[in-house]
Design a protein around this ligand. Structure first.
Ligand code: B12
Length: 281
């Protein structure tokens, strides 16, 4: 098979495996100096040439979040498993369809700076909030990728900026998006995952947010998310559990990797504030 036929075969297989999920291709050379140090780095194929970046939309529709006490991304069962199964399945199908080339899947625990790669692959623009915003699904997308040593035709090669309205920065609960540079440990999403004790400001921020895990403020206020389309991934709906109660099992949830102590501490904080408010009424 010549290279053109192989490329067609790969595209066909990806369509078949990914269905309506958006994907794009970027050159590995663009990301290789930005790789994140992690164990999965060892899986990057020798001679890597391209990154096939895939978006997994997770917005389920307004009704799912009305009484939720966790971040929108944590409402379905763990995306590392659901989106992971899809991307691993696609990589496996490519290996069978095009023997002789490498296709290595990654998601989240990935050496690839996924937002940057997805934007280089033409999947969307990088928001001031640091997230990839897809034209149809907004920023409510998980990202994953397949690294290959086959020279697929890359998409756009430079990331495009968002509309820069500044709303995410203005409304950011911790103010981290208003800073000169992004100090990860000041992001409320990061604070909600902290194992060590929270200080009084952090507790107050968490309670005010009403969210026991993660933070969605910079996404909810983004005008580019206003008409985000709902996810085509059925399993996200089938496994959706918008409320986490103290003592619920964390198994299979997006926050399971952190164990149950941190989420239960956060739930206790939210509940104690609820009780306090009721007493004051
Ligand atoms: C560590 C991490 C975090 C940390 C730090 C985030 C950060 N912005 O650095 C914390 C815990 C805070 C976090 C929070 C969230 N995360 Co996170 N996170 C990651 C992870 C694992 C690594 C990111 C990283 O360290 N990149 C390395 C740096 C050096 O890469 P970089 O390209 O040079 O820099 C990027 C970012 O660091 C950021 N950035 C760099 N400089 C600056 C400056 C400013 C002002 C800002 C705002 C951002 C920013 O934007 C760059 C765009 O590529 C990625 C998965 C991955 N492998 O990429 C997911 C990932 C970025 N996270 C994701 C998600 C969903 C979230 C949350 C929305 C979850 C939530 N609801 O709480 C929040 C959003 C908070 C935010 N506004 O960033 C998704 C983003 C999907 C998308 N559409 O963009 C990813 C891709 C996971 C996935 N597989 O889907 N995350």
């Amino acid at each position: 098979m010549d290279e053109k036929s192989i490329e067609n075969r790969i595209t066909e297989k990806l369509r078949e495996q990914l269905g309506p999920l958006p994907f794009g291709v970027c050159s590995y050379a663009l990301i290789k100096d930005r790789l994140i140090d992690c164990r999965a780095k060892a899986r990057i194929p020798a001679g890597a040439l391209r990154v096939i970046s895939v978006a997994f939309p997770y917005y389920l529709g307004k009704a799912y979040y009305e009484h939720s006490n966790i971040s929108m991304y944590a409402v379905p069962a763990d995306y590392h498993r659901i989106a992971g199964d899809i991307i691993r399945g696609a990589a496996e199908a490519l290996r069978e369809a095009v023997p002789g080339y490498r296709f290595e899947p990654f998601i989240d625990n990935s050496p690839v700076p996924e937002v940057f790669a997805a934007s280089c692959a033409g999947l969307g623009v990088i928001g001031k909030n640091g997230l990839l915003i897809h034209e149809k699904y907004g920023s409510f997308c998980f990202l994953g990728e397949i690294i290959t040593d086959f020279p697929l035709t890359p998409g756009r090669d430079a990331p495009a900026p968002c509309i820069d309205c500044g709303e995410c920065a203005r409304q950011c609960p911790s103010g981290v998006l208003r800073g000169e540079c992004f100090e990860k440990d000041k992001c409320l999403s990061d604070i909600s995952q902290k194992k060590s004790d929270l200080d009084e400001d952090e507790k107050e921020m968490l309670v005010d947010s009403g969210c026991a895990w993660g933070c969605d403020v910079c996404q909810k206020v983004c005008p580019m998310n206003e008409n985000a389309a709902v996810s085509p991934i059925r399993e996200f709906y089938e496994t959706a559990r918008p409320v986490f109660r103290a003592g619920d099992s964390v198994e299979g949830r997006a926050f399971a990797w952190r164990g149950d102590k941190v989420i239960n501490r956060n739930i206790d904080l939210l509940n104690s504030q609820d009780r306090k408010t009721k007493r004051e009424d």
